[in-house]
Design a protein around this ligand. Structure first.
Ligand code: FE2
Length: 269
C-alpha cells in the first residue's frame, strides 16, 4: 500500500450505493488543489474539464500549455496515488476507466444544484433508451470537496440502497420486462417502481423496496427532506453509484468547489 492510498468500506458502498471518505486529501494536497482549482469556473465550462488520459496530456505539451500540463498531471496522479481505479474495478467486478474529470465552482444560491434524480435514466434521447438503460454500463463518481458542505449548503443527498432498485429497473427495461418510461426524477422513479412492484419483488429483498418507498414518500407529497444529506469538510470525499437516487443541494452559506472523477465500465460513450 502506498502512503496515499485511501481506505474505504467496500461493503458499505455496495450496500448503500454511497460511502464517505474522511480526509481523502492530506492538508498539503488540499492546499495545492485549492491553488489549481480556485479559478471559479462554473459547471460545464470547457476549461472545467481535465485530461483523463495521456493523449490529451501530450496535446497540451504540443500546444506549449505547460502550466495546464502540470496541473492536469497533478489531478491524474492524484487519482493514481489514491488508487481510484482499483476501487472502481472492485465495485464493478471488472475493468473500468476514468471517463471524465472536472472541477467546478457553485456560487451561493437558494436554488438546488440538481433535484432528486438518477443519472442512468435519461441522456437526452429517450427514443434510444436501450443504450442508457444497459445495466452493464455502470458509473461511479468520486466527489472530492475543497470547501465544507452540509444540509442546504452544497451537500450531496442520497437514498440508501436506491442504486440496487435503479439497477433492476434498467435490467428490466433492457430485457423488455418493464415498459420504458422516463424515470429521471424521483417522482417518476417511484411511480415506475410502484407499477412494476411484482417484478422488483422477484429480484430484490422486500425490505429494501419497502424502505425505499417509505424513505421517498416525501416526493409524493411534494416536500423535501434533509434526512439523507451528507455533511463533510474540505478535503473529504464521497464515492457513489450514480444509478441511485440523489440530489445536489443549494449552497446557502458558502460557495462550493468540487473535483469529480467519473469511472465507467464503458469506454468512449
Ligand atoms: Fe447526478
Amino acid at each position: 500500500m502506498t502512503m496515499n492510498e485511501i481506505n474505504i468500506n467496500h461493503d458499505e458502498l455496495k450496500k448503500y450505493g454511497i460511502v464517505k471518505v474522511k480526509n481523502f486529501l492530506t492538508n498539503d494536497e488540499l492546499k495545492i488543489l485549492k491553488d489549481i482549482l480556485g479559478s471559479k469556473l462554473e459547471k460545464n465550462h470547457p476549461k472545467s474539464y481535465f485530461s483523463n488520459n495521456l493523449k490529451f496530456l501530450l496535446y497540451k505539451i504540443l500546444k506549449f500549455r505547460f502550466l495546464d500540463f502540470k496541473n492536469h498531471l497533478y489531478i491524474l496522479k492524484l487519482a493514481k496515488n489514491k488508487k481510484l481505479n482499483k476501487i472502481a474495478n472492485n465495485y464493478f467486478k471488472r475493468k473500468s476507466y476514468v471517463k471524465f474529470i472536472d472541477s467546478y465552482y457553485s456560487p451561493i444560491s437558494d436554488k438546488d444544484v440538481l433535484p432528486w434524480h438518477t443519472d442512468q435514466a435519461y441522456e437526452g434521447d429517450e427514443k434510444n433508451y436501450s443504450g442508457f438503460v444497459n445495466p452493464d454500463h455502470a458509473h461511479i463518481k468520486f466527489f472530492v470537496y475543497l470547501t465544507d458542505i452540509g444540509p442546504n449548503n452544497g451537500c450531496m443527498s442520497y437514498i440508501p440502497g436506491s442504486h440496487k432498485i435503479g439497477y433492476v429497473l434498467r435490467e428490466g427495461i433492457f430485457n423488455n420486462k418493464i415498459k420504458y418510461e422516463n424515470y429521471y426524477l424521483l417522482k417518476d422513479f417511484r411511480s415506475l417502481v410502484q407499477k412494476n412492484i411484482d417484478y422488483l419483488l422477484n429480484q430484490l429483498d422486500e425490505k429494501l423496496i419497502k424502505n425505499f418507498l417509505q424513505n421517498t414518500e416525501f416526493a409524493s407529497k411534494n416536500i423535501d427532506t434533509t434526512k439523507f444529506d451528507y455533511s463533510l469538510s474540505a478535503g473529504d470525499a464521497i464515492i457513489f453509484d450514480e444509478g441511485g437516487v440523489h440530489k445536489g443541494s443549494k449552497s446557502l452559506k458558502n460557495e462550493r468547489i468540487v473535483l469529480r472523477y467519473l469511472y465507467s465500465t464503458k469506454k468512449n460513450t
